[in-house]
Design a protein around this ligand. Structure first.
Ligand SMILES: [Fe+2]
Length: 441
């Protein structure tokens, strides 16, 4: 009788222990599958491999391991060991289940809490191209004057003669670019950020492209509201397109990014709100989704990019935009050793296509510098200078580097002429730091 009851209890105990372990492992799996389905998560694990992230990734193995140990001793081990392992397994299963549910709720619900306050902006709908908004834009006062080729930056001159003759002929298209304003970061420079927006409004750009890291942490609605309030205050009439940066994507931030900058009714040629082309009569602008690197550059985006580049009208310049850079000077991350320079993923997977299809200009952020580079016939510009805390002076200088400004804020103007692109790296108050001219090929 006692033996029968004991066997029954053991069978019940074994079943419940295994069941709770499987539930915990399943919840952990669901959490990780959901997290990795979000933009940028793969890059977060690659470029910021924090211990806590690794624990979250593998914690589902804990209950399974405890349950297996319990099963190994359940029939023949000493009572104290059987009882101890059973309770340990149940405890670990309970903790992993609760943590998984809490983190899943955090990823799903935190971005959806609070009201996103969207002001009136002139957002560019990618599928409609630039012209509808360019024609609708109110004429603005004259641009700040060009003051020289290299008045403030470090380094040497850029490519060819810059700016010659640009005063005699109006550009066909005036585009402005900046990146990494980091609204919501205490370390960011709000004054420089506001000055840049005010200057761009005065400059009369046909469009302004903000290349990501709009906010410090993407799942906080208050940070997006701060960004939207400033954009609505300073550049409500400037045609605007905003890319998703690695900070914007953090912990489900893509929900708020889409709500703010890719609202319902917007469409793109790729079908994605994160990568697409924006056509203009005078240029083809291609937006890539590379928040940290190539974590989201799967087969669909690669096929779309190849098709878009192959079918592009090569009588117009092709300008490619991305958050993370390709060639760049930089430094090794003191915390985790990540190399923040010449991007080994983007160079390996994307650069061959840029070179094959003779892209004229690639503009990115991610590193908080202004930099001009050139490699194998493609010009690269880094414009992560919109207010985010400046990166340290580069310990590594890219062989492709031609000019760099460290510890300074500003934006980049690209004036499109029939025979060249004129690049003007400007300070936050509009003075030209450096100019370069890219002849059409
Ligand atoms: Fe940034």
């Amino acid at each position: 009788m006692n033996t029968k009851m004991s066997n029954t209890d053991t069978i019940r105990g074994r079943r419940s222990t295994v069941l709770f372990a499987l539930i915990a492992a399943l919840l952990s799996l669901v959490l990780n599958l959901y997290h990795f389905s979000l933009q940028g998560t793969g890059g977060l694990y690659t470029w910021h491999p924090l211990l806590v992230l690794k624990i979250i990734l593998f914690m589902g193995l804990g209950p399974l391991l405890c349950a297996i140990l319990y099963l190994l001793v359940v029939w023949q081990g000493p009572t104290w060991l059987r009882t101890g392992l059973r309770w340990l397994s149940l405890l670990v299963s309970g903790i992993v289940s609760l943590v998984s549910l809490a983190l899943l709720a955090y990823l799903i619900f935190v971005p959806r809490m609070g009201n996103l306050e969207t002001p009136r902006l002139s957002l560019i709908n990618p599928s409609q191209g630039l012209e509808p908004l360019v024609h609708a834009a109110v004429a603005a006062p004259a641009s700040p004057g060009v003051t020289g080729q290299d008045s403030a930056g470090q380094g040497s001159a850029g490519q060819g003669s810059a700016g010659q003759g640009s005063g005699a002929q109006a550009p066909l298209l005036k585009l402005s670019f900046s990146s990494d304003p980091h609204w919501g970061a205490e370390t960011s420079n709000a004054e420089a950020r506001s000055q840049i927006l005010q200057q761009i409004a005065r400059h009369g750009s046909d469009a302004f492209f903000m290349l990501g890291d709009t906010v410090e942490t993407g799942n906080g609605v208050e940070k997006w509201n701060a960004a939207l309030a400033d954009l609505g205050k300073y550049i409500p009439q400037v045609p605007l397109r905003v890319l998703l940066g690695n900070h914007d994507a953090l912990f489900g931030g893509e929900y708020l990014y889409k709500k703010a900058f890719f609202p319902s009714g917007f469409t793109s040629d790729s079908g994605s709100p994160f990568y697409y082309s924006v056509n203009s009569r005078y240029a083809t602008i291609i937006v890539l989704n590379l928040p940290w690197g190539t974590e989201n550059f799967g087969i669909p985006q690669r096929r779309w990019l190849e098709k878009t580049l192959a079918q592009a009208d090569h009588s117009k310049p092709i300008i490619v935009l991305s958050h993370s850079y390709f060639y760049a000077s930089g430094y090794d991350d003191p915390a985790n050793g990540s190399p923040w320079y010449d991007h080994y993923q983007n160079i390996a997977k994307v650069v061959p296509l840029l070179e094959q299809y003779k892209v004229d200009l690639v503009i990115s952020g991610h590193n908080h510098y202004q930099e001009l580079l050139s490699y194998n016939g493609v010009t690269y510009a880094i414009v992560g200078s919109m207010g985010g805390i400046s990166d340290p002076a580069p310990a590594y200088v890219s062989p492709a580097s031609q000019w760099i400004a460290v510890g300074k804020f500003g934006w980049l103007d690209v004036d499109v002429y029939s025979d060249r692109l004129l690049l003007s790296f400007r300070s936050e108050t509009g003075e030209v730091r450096h100019q370069a001219s890219i002849p059409r090929r």
